[in-house]
Design a protein around this ligand. Structure first.
Ligand code: ATP
Length: 267
């Protein structure tokens, strides 16, 4: 559990086991990021450069941020986040400054992952909605990424729901030249995600995760997480009348008896 949390040292505490249903995508991410960071000599031997930037794209709530955090955690890398919309809301000149600071911080704490959420808001296609500020921020980002060449142990992961809206200059070689689609989970994926989010819950024996997985077509990871949390809250509400708020502790037998039932998921 603890998905999404951050350790005190700037390394997130999300593990690969906290991610459901994205085995193939995770394998690709590991090959692109974890392998070169752990064994740069492999890439030197082959005479190729590891990717500096990887673009994760797909609908909201499918686990893009989770993957970035898990990779950082797994290689014990520092994790720096940039929110696209937030950086664009800065005063004139401050966006570039802040980008530079984040990259400096990453470099100082390398190995590091710089995660850019909602890249499309920083780097919409030139000409479309791109004004002066966007142009300057994209130019700054490109120059910071070009500068990563010699540094080696900083990788940029960006996420977007709108891959077509991104400035093609950012998708060329040496920038975000690897792309991985993070799609809506299928039934097996939903089952795995349900398992992740009910792992710590006292489920009643009758609870059949297979049937929930079957009946939640269209749910993404974030939806499944709320479903599980809501079910647990329903279980809590059921025992609520028996709980004495004034008591120092909850009766151990009552605590032990709490189960999340089939009905709790359906309410
Ligand atoms: P956004 O585009 O909205 O930022 P995202 O793809 O980055 O979406 P996350 O922030 O990774 O989505 O997911 C939100 C939450 O949903 C996660 O903290 C996690 O609890 C849950 N979640 C999403 N996808 C998965 C998954 N594949 N396995 C387990 N949990 C998931």
């Amino acid at each position: 559990a603890g998905a999404g949390g951050e350790g005190g040292d700037g390394t997130p505490n999300v593990a690969y086991e906290d991610i459901g249903g994205l085995d193939r995508e995770l394998e690709q991410v590991r090959e692109m990021i974890e392998l070169p960071m752990r064994h740069p000599e492999l890439f030197q031997q082959l005479g190729i450069e590891p990717p500096k930037g990887v673009l994760l794209h797909g609908p909201p709530g499918t686990g893009k941020t989770l993957i970035a955090k898990a990779v950082a955690n797994e290689i014990d890398a520092n994790f720096q986040t940039i929110s696209g919309p937030e950086i664009m809301s800065k005063y004139y000149g401050e966006s570039e400054e802040q980008l530079r600071e984040v990259f400096d911080e990453a470099e100082e704490n390398a190995p590091a992952i710089v995660f850019i959420d909602e890249l499309d808001s920083i780097a919409p296609k030139r000409g479309e909605t791109q004004g002066d500020v966007e142009r300057r921020v994209v130019a700054q980002l490109l120059s910071l990424m070009d500068g990563l060449e010699e540094r080696g142990d900083v990788t940029v992961i960006a996420a977007t729901n709108r891959v077509d809206a991104i400035d093609p200059a950012l998708r060329r070689g040496g920038r975000f030249d690897r792309e991985i689609e993070i799609g809506v989970p299928d039934q097996d994926g939903r089952k795995e995600i349900l398992q992740v989010h009910t792992r710590g819950m006292p489920l009643a024996d009758e609870v059949d995760l297979d049937s929930f997985a079957e009946n939640t077509h269209g749910f993404v990871g974030a939806d499944i997480e709320s479903l599980a949390k809501e079910a647990a809250m329903n279980a809590l509400r059921r025992v609520r009348p028996e709980i004495d708020l004034e008591a120092d502790e909850i009766d151990a037998e009552l605590l032990e008896s709490i189960r999340v039932t089939e009905r709790d998921f359906k309410e």
